[in-house]
Design a protein. Structure first.
Lengths: 188, 334
């Protein structure tokens, strides 16, 4: 026969439960507090976000910074696209009209970018570097024009002659990049 | 009964003879099987790379006593392989063009590749094949110096570069994202000069565009490792007197990574594919000891045993290791 518990015994049981909960809670808090907290990862200047220290003056830095958007988003990808126009033609797609469709806008980009570079204020100390940069663009423009010759006469020697020009341009691009944005190319 | 015994004896004798012939044939075949000599050369050394940037699972935690988290920075060699099979000399990767104008800050051990080859007794004109593990500038950078070498590159690598360069979003198509360089964007690492030199090889008829596996000499086999570092990364299996070795370029950036199954040098890497590339070496060589890594910090020390037979070769402190010698091949170790 089950009987209803008395009020006294209910109070006693409730008190015991509350006391137990309090003990568990304090223990857990201590446990969490004693666990070692993860420490922050130390970053050094060699990290991806860091740039290589430059030896340029403030004026020269300003020129490099003004040229950077053109260099980064127009010049370097366009040089690669020019190379690939020839590579694709040589390997996979010998259609001269499709080659021409890729080359004409690239030739124009190399031409127009020379003008855009020339309007950037340049300190006297970097005038020669700026001139070399536009000459490099001119080499790429000439390379694109030479490649276009193959569309007219089908002579693949134009591709070889054009490649020598763009290879020289690419080497000059590395030289100039090393002056204006030292450490531009990171190990991969 | 006698006839039965004689017949059984005859069958036994024939069986034994056939077994002996078979064993002799196998031995002869084993003797004929070509083996190659292999050296590893340090093109340069990239100093002070944060460990967490090289191997994310081993990022440095200040105060940690764990060997997994107590290294802040590492110095990464940039290794390439020289392989001599019979009279042919093959290179796996070609390091990077070491010019005065292209010396990265904080980089050591520069020695031009032609000088390094001379120290092994080779001339650049001797190199008949160059297999690119991938086409990043620090691994494919001296192709102009190899006039007679036929280039082997995966078609998928060329496609991957083209895709990235032509992607309309400039954050994705940029070769460099900031003046300080880039690490992991899709076109990152494909410097215009390097891509131009690959194109030059194609125009000169000195390039083989590889689709997947290819045996380029008896026993010397290219295996694709698509997206294990870049779109068209490729491994090279080479038979040697110490068993098969597998070069992995940056799919095998860290030998410790292969040993401990940890990703490393994640550029355009799919880490699942990198693990499958690790597994490929285990399957081909029977373990991880003969997997040859491009950037293992322990290279040229006892801690990376296959590279321990090493010495300082170049005038600027660059190191080289003799990994295996074919029968009759003289040691280059001074």
């Amino acid at each position: 026969v089950q009987t209803a518990p008395s009020r006294g015994s209910l109070l006693l049981v409730s008190g015991a439960v509350i006391a137990l909960l309090a003990i568990v809670s304090v223990s857990l808090q201590r446990e969490v507090a004693s666990e070692p907290k993860p420490l922050p990862v130390v970053r050094t200047e060699a990290d991806g976000s860091a740039t290589t220290p430059s030896s340029l003056t403030a004026e020269e830095e300003a020129f490099a910074a003004a040229l950077w958007p053109l260099h980064q988003s127009v010049v370097e990808p366009s040089t690669g696209r020019l190379t690939y126009a020839g590579l694709t033609f040589a390997l996979d797609d010998p259609d001269p009209q499709r080659l021409a469709a890729k080359l004409r806008p690239l030739r124009q980009i190399f031409h127009d970018t020379q003008d855009e570079v020339l309007v950037i204020p340049v300190p006297a100390s970097l005038q020669q570097v700026r001139d070399r940069y536009t000459e490099m663009l001119s080499l790429y423009e000439q390379s694109a024009a030479e490649m276009l010759e193959v569309v007219g006469d089908g002579n693949r020697q134009h591709l070889i002659d054009a490649q020598l020009k763009s290879e020289n341009g690419a080497e000059e691009l590395v030289r100039l990049g090393d002056i204006l944005w030292p450490g531009e190319h990171k190990p991969n | 009964m006698n006839a039965l015994v004689q017949a059984l004896a005859l069958v036994g004798a024939l069986g034994a003879g056939s077994l002996a012939l078979s064993a002799a044939a196998t031995q002869a075949q084993a003797q004929e099987k070509p083996v190659c000599s292999v050296w590893l050369i340090e093109s340069s050394r990239f100093m002070g790379t944060p460990m967490g940037s090289f191997m994310p699972d081993r990022a440095f935690v200040p105060g940690s006593q764990s060997p997994l988290h107590n290294i802040n920075t590492v110095d990464l060699p940039d290794n390439y392989g020289v392989i001599k099979c019979g009279n042919e000399v093959i290179m796996y990767d070609s390091g990077w063009k070491q010019q005065e104008y292209h010396k990265m800050t904080g980089t050591e051990h520069f020695t031009p590749m032609p000088e390094q080859l001379k120290l092994l007794g080779f001339d650049v004109a001797d190199i008949t094949k160059v297999v690119l593990g991938h086409a990043h500038w620090d691994h494919a950078g001296q192709l102009l110096d190899l006039p007679n070498a036929t280039l082997y590159v995966q078609r998928e690598e060329l496609r991957g570069i083209e895709w990235a360069l032509n992607y309309p979003n400039p954050h994705i198509s940029a070769v460099n994202n900031t003046p300080g360089g880039c690490y992991r964007s899709p076109a990152c690492g494909y410097e215009p000069l390097t891509v131009e030199q690959v194109y030059g090889k194609v125009l000169k008829g000195k390039a083989v565009i590889v689709d997947g596996d290819m045996e380029i000499m008896p026993g010397v086999v290219i295996h694709p490792a698509f997206r294990a570092h870049t779109a068209g990364s490729q491994l090279l299996e080479v038979p040697t007197t110490i068993g098969k070795v597998v070069f992995g370029s940056d799919a095998y950036s860290s030998w410790e990574g292969i040993r401990d199954w940890m990703p490393a040098n994640i550029q355009q890497t799919d880490t699942v594919q990198q693990f499958l590339a690790y597994e490929k070496c285990y399957k081909i060589t029977g373990g991880y000891q003969n997997c040859i890594s491009a950037h293992e910090p322990l290279s040229y020390t006892d801690k990376y045993p296959i590279t321990k037979n090493s010495w300082v070769g170049g005038p600027n402190g660059s190191r080289m290791a003799e990994i295996a010698l074919a029968s009759g091949e003289k040691s280059r170790h001074p």
